[in-house]
Design a protein around this ligand. Structure first.
Ligand code: ADP
Ligand code: MG
Length: 353
């Protein structure tokens, strides 16, 4: 296994589109790192840069002690010692499962008897014991994805790269493969870079999560830190459905621009400076209750949607033109109902540039 590091890596596509902007990232040997972000944020670009399908415009990429890309040299993908799985993996349809999985070993010149033993071992690892002679066409999507995973790990890669490898699968199969993927990679001590747009998947699997937006790293943190201490309001919104509000603060608290929301200083965490700032309100910090008849209060909102959840209801509010997300364990109001809103606390950030 090996570590991966990127130093000041930027990548501009020939079209002029900025794929990556000044990425600094260190992935430890044996670490499982998820790359998370909205569509177009640069996740695939980053992964393909590590893989060697894309060459950075600037910066240095290392795998273990080896420089694999800098301004001058680019080591080709097949010489980087990597395993890869993509969303719709091309499992060769004219080869049986065993031959598919064996391919990297054959390319590496491993003798036949040794190959057969190793293939059997890896098929067992991914839960496909006895499938070596099967025609891929007779397998389910989940089984084909396991074949792809087996092929990616059979040659004991230095790093395993996964690009939305589970995203095309249906629940509950995806859920089961997540569990197996984590168990398998931990057992083998694999270094993993796992691209996903699925927040829960990233938080569930990774030792650390890299949040990307616009080709830039927004935050690198453990799942718990990401949820408890989002570095920017944007991360709070993407990871935890926080509501972002622009306004200003003074000694008494926060006032939203053009909105009745006021928050006392005691309810504010984060940046201390007075003046323009933005706040992120986490859904769990918004309390609602049925509005009292006499209430013509500034804190009355209309329910836009009200979704049931196992551990609380997901309620969307229109509060004087602002859309606010609320996670309520006690209330599940009807759509169109009027409710009183109380914001318990919010995190303040220096105003976004
Ligand atoms: P993600 O995987 O997070 O959805 P990508 O890495 O695919 O994002 O894309 C990042 C940015 O680079 C986007 O703005 C996208 O339009 C652009 N991009 C991706 N691939 C190409 C390409 N081959 N040519 C030009 N621009 C591209
Ligand atoms: Mg992608």
């Amino acid at each position: 296994m090996a570590s991966v590091s990127l130093d000041s890596v930027s990548l501009r596509y020939p079209s002029g589109a900025m794929g990556l902007a000044d990425i600094d990232l260190r992935v430890g040997d044996g670490e499982f790192v998820a790359l998370l972000g909205p569509s177009g944020s640069g996740k695939t670009t980053l992964l393909r840069t590590v893989a060697g399908f894309l060459a950075p415009t600037a910066g240095v990429v290392r795998i273990g002690p080896d420089v694999v890309a800098d301004g001058k040299t680019v080591v080709p993908p097949e010489s980087r010692g990597l395993g890869m799985v993509f969303q719709q993996h091309a499992v060769w349809p004219h080869w049986n499962v065993g031959r598919n999985v064996e391919y990297p070993l054959r390319r590496a010149g491993m003798p036949r008897a040794q190959r057969a033993a190793r293939v059997a071992e890896v098929l067992d690892l991914v839960g496909l014991d006895g499938y070596a002679r099967r025609d891929p066409a007779t397998l389910s999507g989940g089984q084909r994805q396991r074949v792809a995973l087996a092929r990616a790990i059979v040659g004991e890669p230095r790093v395993l790269l996964l690009d939305e490898a589970l995203s095309a699968l249906d629940e509950p199969l995806r859920d089961r493969l997540r569990i197996e993927l984590q168990a398998l990679t931990r057992r083998m001590g694999l270094t993993v870079l796992h691209v996903t747009h699925d927040r829960d998947e990233a938080l569930a699997l990774a030792d650390r999560v890299v949040v990307l937006d616009g080709g830039r790293i927004q935050q690198v943190a453990t799942p718990a830190e990401l949820v408890e201490r989002p570095a920017t309001a944007l991360v709070a919104r993407f990871v935890s459905d926080a509501t972002r509000v622009i306004g200003s603060r003074d000694a008494s608290g926060f006032a939203a621009d053009g909105h009745p929301l006021r928050l006392p200083a005691s309810g504010l965490q984060g940046a201390r400076e007075h003046g323009a700032c933005e706040i992120a309100i986490l859904p769990g910090d918004v309390e609602i209750e049925p509005t009292r008849a006499e209430s013509g209060s500034a804190a009355t909102a209309t329910v836009v949607s009200s979704l049931f959840g196992r551990d609380g209801n997901d309620v969307l509010l229109d509060w004087a033109g602002m859309t606010v997300r609320c996670h309520s364990r006690t209330q599940r109001p009807a759509v169109g109902a009027r409710v009183d809103v109380a914001v318990r606390r919010a995190v303040a950030y220096a105003a976004a540039r």
